[in-house]
Design a binder for this molecule. Structure first.
Ligand code: HH2
Length: 400
């Protein structure tokens, strides 16, 4: 857990240049990169320099390659460093076998690399969602139902429980696999609302829909108290945009109910997040956060096969961050969890097209297709019917 071990799929020359800059400018051995039977590189963080040098030796003996910062390669310093491995899966496995014989620290590191190779080869195939077991061999489309006066795309439209009910039935008819009900807007700059108000908006909708629709019901909330009440009323899943930043209480509620949990990355709160959209290593930082929060959810007792992760498109992300995350989504498969992505009608699409929220259908379609080709298991959307069709075609392309 300590090395934030992850795969990189450097799909652009710039990605590799960036990784090399982080390693102090030393290019990984060209022959190792040229031999990439594995379409990516593996990156390790916070590795003591002496151990990093053993890793490099082990990779070289296996005829692969590894690059470390020049200050750490020579044998002097022993501070934590970063390592980039290049080679085929079998070369990495051979290096791990060698490392296992070199003591407990090297064996722990080898175990993390082996675990990464294993999850990349065996992505999750099912998702437990209370009584339902979702089949992840095809993408799941989550229909958004905001019972708020101020959500950025549908605020005020479904505040009336009767209209919310109608909208949910329409989304199910259009092919939604789940419905995600939100009582508090999380658009940039939004102010929080008290839990009683959130419950007042959401609970009647959950109660009504529970007896009327068969698809799993998710509730978008960051509050443990709200989660308890909606789970008691039959919700199957809690979608926490704070990724448990409010503490493990919410995860405990999910665990007790036997529900599912989405953990999303965000920095700050919806009111402050856009001022915090700064990253030294965007994908690495988001992934390290999600890794820690997944462990917290599991410690609180949530079923590991009922946890999905979400990089948080638009949450403490500028447009270029959201676009980069979508392009590099496949790297998040390193965490071995189903990926959940919410690009629908968001401002990064507006930034590319210079179009308002209501004219972002095609932009959303492009983002949904990219997400599915990057390995997303869940896409959270407003325009269910069109996105069900986009998801099916993108999925078919990915499997062809
Ligand atoms: N985006 C929004 C809300 N909840 N949950 C997850 N897991 N991922 C997301 O990307 C995500 C989310 C924002 O969209 P919306 O619900 O339409 O707007 P608002 O927050 O204004 O209600």
């Amino acid at each position: 857990m300590s090395y934030n071990v992850r795969v990189l799929f450097p799909s652009q020359a710039g990605d590799l240049a960036m990784e090399i800059r982080r390693l102090g400018g030393v290019p990984p051995p060209a022959e190792a990169l040229a031999r990439l039977g594995f379409p990516g590189l593996v990156r390790l963080e916070r590795v003591p320099a002496a151990l990093a040098r053993r890793v490099k030796e082990a990779m070289e003996i296996a005829a692969g390659g590894a690059a470390l910062h020049p200050a750490d390669g020579g044998g002097g310093a022993d501070g934590p460093t970063e390592v980039l491995l290049g080679g085929s899966v079998s070369q990495m496995e051979a290096a791990c076998a060698r490392l296992r014989a070199l003591g407990p620290d090297a064996a722990d590191l080898a175990a993390e690399v082996e675990a990464l190779l294993s999850v990349l080869g065996h992505p999750p195939t099912v998702f437990r969602c209370r009584s339902a077991v979702l089949d992840l061999s095809r993408p799941q489309v989550v229909g958004i139902l905001n019972v708020t006066p101020d959500s950025f795309a549908d605020g005020g439209r479904y505040l009336d429980p009767g209209l919310a009910r109608e909208r949910a039935h329409a989304m199910v008819a259009e092919g939604a696999d789940l419905i995600d009900i939100g009582g508090e807007s999380t658009r940039p700059g939004a102010d929080p609302i008290p839990p009683e108000e959130e419950v007042r908006r959401v609970l009647p909708v959950v109660k009504t829909l529970r007896s009327e629709v068969r698809v799993p019901l998710s509730v978008d909330t960051r509050k443990a108290g709200v989660a308890r009440q909606v789970l008691d009323a039959g919700a199957d899943m809690i979608n926490d945009i704070s990724g448990l930043q409010g503490g493990p209480g919410l995860a405990r509620e999910v665990a007790v109910a036997g529900g599912a949990l989405v953990l999303m990355h965000m920095k700050g709160t919806p009111r402050t997040m856009q001022a915090e959209a700064h990253y030294r290593d965007l994908v690495g930082e988001v992934m390290a956060f999600l890794r820690t929060q997944v462990a917290l959810a599991e410690e609180a007792g949530v079923d590991p096969s009922a946890i999905a992760i979400d990089p948080g498109i638009g949450f403490a992300k500028r447009a270029e961050h959201s676009l980069t995350i979508l392009r590099r989504l496949g790297e998040f498969r390193s965490l071995g969890r189903p990926l959940y992505v919410g690009p629908s009608r968001k401002s990064f699409i507006g930034a590319v097209l210079d179009l308002p929220t209501e004219d972002r259908l095609e932009g959303t379609a492009a983002a949904v297709a990219a997400a599915i080709l990057g390995g997303a298991s869940f896409v959270r959307v407003h325009d269910v019917g069109p996105m069900v069709r986009v998801a099916r075609v993108a999925h078919a392309i990915g499997r062809a």
